[in-house]
Design a protein around this ligand. Structure first.
Ligand SMILES: Cc1ncc(COP(=O)(O)O)c(C=O)c1O
Length: 387
């Protein structure tokens, strides 16, 4: 029967949205990256903060990228970005060694993660995700309706590929997520163990490998997963311009996939999802990849400067292969990160990452790292030691 209000027919009201939403969405909170710099400044009345909690690149975009990318941008703002991103895909292909039809751009690994969940997960499918790792995989898979099985690392916090593959077999998993180097530990996988891992996965299981921080690893030490893609193995590689390229705010990432899979991914993600600014800056960055080695060295030097200071003071740092370091404080992390936030130094408390007693902090220039190390050591020394 048509509902009437004041004599006018109106549409039905929904009093409980959970009755109409997909079951997978209910009870899954939004992905939380932790507190933002602006929120902290407002809450604590600070004029500025050092944002060391989100693993952005405080070194900024590569030199010249912004100038080159903005030149034509505003004039072309009224046109949609080119839907197939041919120029970007060609540039990415020549830099990575892939073929252009194996490259699927998206507005960040985050968007590609959601697109992959849409493409692969039927409600009830099993998905295996290590712990600790980047939080979005489990959240996006659960929203898509997957049953998520976590594989807890041991005290070393390293990913245990044998146990991950065993869980994938036990649950007949559709997807398994691997982050290499892993966030939040910064640890990387030994390339020697990779073929055996793939061989141990069950039939029909796809390994999605997030290489967001792979650019910080020296090329000769990386696992060559493009060869897997090329060979038709069940591997999808995700990469981003948010980290070493310093373009997190523009949202640009890409997947390297078998060419037979690209059309399906292009079908599930939003059309025109990479905007013109991101395309322009991505292309300008790819014209400057000769600058990346110096960036990598800069981050490695600042990491060594930070970790040697912390280690001398008795704090244990995990060996990092990324642009952040995980530090074992040996005491509660929240009072420590609160104390540093009041001084304008924003670090990620381990508690938010399932690692109470740790903090994760982004690498910035050496002087800032000296300051952070000193303040961290000072804040920890004021705390009781955890058993
Ligand atoms: C492991 C990992 N993957 C992906 C992302 C996000 O990548 P993007 O900015 O390309 O969405 C992050 C951001 O911190 C990350 O740590």
């Amino acid at each position: 029967m048509t509902r009437m209000v004041d004599g006018t027919p109106v549409g039905p009201e929904i009093t409980d949205w959970s009755e109409v939403l997909r079951a997978g969405v209910i009870g899954v909170g939004a992905y939380s990256p932790g507190v933002s710099g602006t929120e902290t400044m407002t809450r604590l009345g600070l004029e500025r903060v050092a944002r060391l909690n989100w693993n952005e690149s405080p070194f900024g975009p590569l030199e010249g990228v912004i100038e080159e990318a903005t030149a034509d941008l505003l004039a072309g703002a009224w046109t949609y970005p080119e839907g197939s991103y041919n120029e970007l895909r060609a540039a990415l292909a020549s830099w990575t060694g892939a073929r252009a039809d194996q490259v699927v751009p998206g507005h960040g690994i985050q968007a590609l993660t959601v697109a992959l969940c849409t493409a692969f997960i039927e409600p009830g499918d099993a998905v295996v995700i290590p712990q600790p790792t980047y939080g979005l995989y489990a959240q996006a898979a659960a929203v898509a309706g997957a049953t998520v099985h976590r594989v807890q690392s041991d005290g070393s916090l390293a990913l245990d590929l044998e146990r991950i593959a065993a869980a994938a077999r036990q649950h007949s998993a559709k997807l398994v997520w691997i982050c290499d180097p892993n966030n939040p530990t910064g640890l990387r996988l030994d390339p020697a163990g990779w073929p055996a891992f793939l061989a141990a996965l069950p039939g029909g299981c796809v390994a999605i490998v997030d290489e967001a921080y792979g650019d910080y690893v020296e090329p000769r030490r990386r696992t060559d997963r493009l060869a897997d893609v090329e060979a038709g193995r069940a591997v999808i590689v995700l990469r981003t311009f948010s980290k070493i390229f310093g373009l997190a705010g523009l949202r640009l990432g890409y997947a390297l996939v078998h060419s037979a899979l690209s059309p399906y991914l292009n079908a599930v993600h939003e059309p025109f999802n990479v905007n013109r600014a991101a395309l322009a800056a991505g292309l300008a960055s790819l014209r400057r990849t000769d600058l990346l080695a110096a960036r990598r060295d800069q981050v490695r030097d600042a990491t060594e400067r930070l970790t040697s200071r912390l280690t001398r003071a008795g704090l244990r740092c995990l060996p990092s292969n990324a642009n952040f370091v995980l530090v074992d404080l040996g005491t509660d992390d929240i009072p420590v990160t609160d104390a540093l936030a009041r001084e304008g130094l924003l670090l990620r408390p381990g508690t938010e990452l399932g690692l109470p007693g740790y903090v994760r902090l982004t690498i910035a220039d050496g002087e800032l790292m000296d300051l952070v190390a000193d303040r961290l050591v000072h804040a920890v020394s004021a705390r009781p030691i955890r058993e």
